[in-house]
Every structure is written in C-alpha cells, then in structure tokens.
Design a protein around this ligand. Structure first.
Ligand code: CTP
Ligand code: MG
Length: 222
C-alpha cells in the first residue's frame, strides 16, 4: 500500500518515495516480498497519477518481480479494496503491507505465511510496553489496563476471499478502520495474532526516518 500522501511526514513528496540509505522507501518495502520464494506475485497500489513514476522506480530496482501497479483511493481502506479487486480471480492468499514499514524481516513474513496454512486471517502485534492513558484537554482522563493491549502491524495475511468479503461488508456498512484485520474481526471471523517485531516500525513523521535507516543498516550487517 503506497497511495498515501504522507501529510504527517511533511515533505514535498510522499514519504514512500524518499531515499532511505539511498533507495526509495517503497523499494525496501516491496523488495522484502520480491526476495521471498513463497511470494508469487506483487501488486503495488499507488496514488492515482503516480503509476508511471512508481513503475519506473520499481523496474529500476526490482526488475521482473512487480506484477501490477494499481491506482489507490482516498483512504487506505479504499486503496486496499482497489488492490484486492485487481488481483487474479485465482488468488488464494494475500499479504497486505504498508510501504511505510520498510524494515519488516523475512522472519516475520515466514511467521505469517506459516500461520496462513492453519487460519484465514493473521496479524502481527506487539504487547504494549508503555503505561497507557486516555488523555483529554491536556490531563489524564483514564488509565488503560495494558495487559491485553497490543500494537498492530503489517503485513497482515488473509485468504483472499475472506478479505474481499470483509471489505465489501465494511463498505456497505460504512465501517472504516486503519487496518484489514479489523474488517475481518467485524465479520466475527477469527483473526489470529502472531508476534510482531519491534524493528518493523511505521514511518509516520520525519523523526522516524533516521531510526529506520539505523535498523536497515543493522539488518544489512547480519
Ligand atoms: N495509504 C494508501 N492509500 C491511502 C492512504 C494511505 O495506500 N489513501 C498507505 C500509505 O501509503 C502507507 C499506509 O497506507 O503505506 C499507512 O498509511 P499512513 O502511514 O497513514 O501513510 P499516509 O496516509 O501516507 O500518511 P499521512 O496519514 O500522514 O498522510
Ligand atoms: Mg494516513
């Protein structure tokens, strides 16, 4: 998913096109999938009008691996939905990933793919480690018990039919969410949770960039 505008990042172009250690963030994110033997095709969803530019960047860095480049929508949910609808009718399983998480490891991909052998929906999550509060008007309004609270990441894995159904249902009911697991949960279908990874950070604001570069550098040395 690379059709966002990166407003919180605050650069003149969307964050996924900015260079991280010399390669656009999009290339790092897509590259993880391109290098994995279980991934048979890759669809990249970009903003309407960015298809050619994204195609050039990807074919320069990852020739032969990217199948389709599809125009996304106004929200992430719409972008995912458009991407899903562009998949081949025979698609059985799909992993949905945000270009904003370029540091995802092969280990995480393997955990998700293995889980998909046994379930129809799987998401990576990490237990909350900070104390959690509800804040209102600059003061603590409530304390949230963090025992069962987790932070959810991408990639998320699904049987394609189930995720399509979840998106159709959400669209028809006007239900929106920032991830896909929530849409399957709303169908009252089970969503398995596997352990995420602390290094799979989401790049949201400019301060996240040097952290991602340090993570990628460390991964390169492994
Ligand atoms: N995304 C998308 N289509 C949208 C909005 C977001 O494909 N209409 C993608 C982004 O490109 C990103 C992922 O969804 O990879 C998660 O979104 P987020 O981190 O919020 O990125 P942006 O929406 O680009 O950033 P912002 O919300 O700050 O504008
Ligand atoms: Mg956004």
């Amino acid at each position: 998913m690379a059709a966002g505008a990166g407003e919180r990042f605050g650069e003149d172009r969307p964050k996924q096109y900015l260079p991280l250690l010399g390669r656009p963030m999009l290339v790092w994110s897509v590259g993880r999938f391109a290098a994995h033997p279980a991934v048979t095709s890759i669809t990249v969803v970009v903003a309407l009008g960015e298809e050619d530019r994204a195609g050039q960047i990807l074919s320069e860095h990852i020739p032969d691996k990217v199948g389709r480049i599809v125009a996304g929508g106004d929200t992430r949910q719409q972008s995912v939905s458009l991407g899903l609808r562009s998949l081949d009718a025979g698609s059985k399983r799909v992993l949905v990933h945000d270009a904003a998480r370029p540091c995802m490891s092969d280990d995480l991909l393997n955990r998700l793919i293995d889980a998909l052998d046994e379930c129809d929906a799987v998401i990576p999550a990490l237990p909350a480690v900070d104390t959690l509060i509800h804040e209102q008007d600059g003061v603590v309004d409530a304390i949230i018990d963090r025992v069962h609270v987790c932070r959810v990441q991408t990639p998320q894995g699904f049987t394609t039919g189930l995720l399509l159904k979840a998106h159709e249902r959400a669209a028809s009911r006007g239900f929106t969410s920032s991830d896909d697991g929530s849409l399957v949960y709303a169908l009252e279908e089970p969503v398995r949770v596997v352990h995420g990874e602390r290094t799979n950070i989401k790049i949201t604001v400019a301060e996240d960039f040097p952290i991602a570069e340090a993570i990628l550098e460390a991964q390169r040395k492994k």
